[in-house]
Design a protein around this ligand. Structure first.
Ligand SMILES: C[S@@+](CC[C@H](N)C(=O)[O-])C[C@H]1O[C@@H](n2cnc3c(N)ncnc32)[C@H](O)[C@@H]1O
Length: 223
């Protein structure tokens, strides 16, 4: 029980949070100040997956799936939340795109291993200590020397709520309120380039990082 006078514990269930946020999740892509960076990232991603076979992790409502689908040969988009994937399905992305429920740490082993992996707005939700395990698992699901593409949010003061707390490992937690008023403590980290590069180097070479005011993006090659 929490000691008298301490704030109530916030719900730490990130999967449940995103399941309930699915209907209005795409608002994150409607913030006017971010439009120019988002346009550049869409062009970057479409070019980076052109003609390639893509396995996507934590695809959510399929915002980036739809971008990749414009140029990729095949996209298998996964997410743990069926509620999120239902929104992706409603986009009608075409026969070369399939949507599969899957946890990011239990991804499907596809008979024809993809040559590209992508995970967007996902790295920030990993605990610092589980990034290596995530990369190792993802690498086991793609071809040797597959391309890795990720983009995520920067810690911009106009967008990111201040972390309500940090744990002993240095992970930040943001207090996020759903429309019905329930507040969740969502793990959200904002690595700088040096931290990003050091973690990616656990599994990747040829690491290229782009950083704007609102987003960073990375392209790398699995060893
Ligand atoms: C910030 S959203 C990103 C969605 C999408 N990639 C995008 O960029 O718009 C995070 C996503 O991670 C999913 N998620 C949370 N925990 C997960 C897990 N353990 N395995 C797979 N997906 C998970 C949520 O359902 C949600 O769709």
């Amino acid at each position: 029980m929490a000691p008298a006078g301490s704030p109530p514990a916030l719900n730490p269930d990130m999967v449940g949070y995103y399941a309930r946020r699915a209907p209005d999740y795409d608002d994150v892509y409607r913030i006017p100040a971010r439009a120019p960076e988002l346009a550049a990232l869409r062009a970057w991603l479409a070019e980076a997956v052109r003609g390639r076979d893509v396995l996507e992790v934590a695809a959510g409502t399929g915002h980036w799936t739809a971008v990749a689908a414009t140029t990729a040969r095949r996209v298998v988009a996964t997410d743990v939340n069926a509620a999120m994937l239902a929104h992706a399905a409603a986009r009608g992305l075409g026969p070369h795109v399939s949507l599969r429920p899957a946890d990011a740490f239990d991804l499907p082993l596809l008979p024809d291993a993809p040559n590209t992996a992508m995970a967007h707005l996902w790295w920030s939700h990993l605990r610092r200590g589980e990034r290596g395990r995530f990369l190792a698992h993802l690498r086991s699901r793609v071809q040797p020397n597959a391309r890795l593409l990720m983009l995520d949010e920067c810690d911009h003061p106009d967008i990111a709520p201040p972390a309500s707390r940090h744990d002993a490992e240095g992970n930040g937690y943001e207090a996020r309120r759903l429309a019905d008023g329930e507040v969740f403590a969502i793990l959200k980290n904002y690595p700088d380039d040096a931290e990003l590069r050091a973690d990616l180097a656990l599994a990747c070479d040829a690491i290229e990082i782009r950083r704007g005011a609102y987003f960073w993006a990375v392209q790398a090659v699995f060893r």
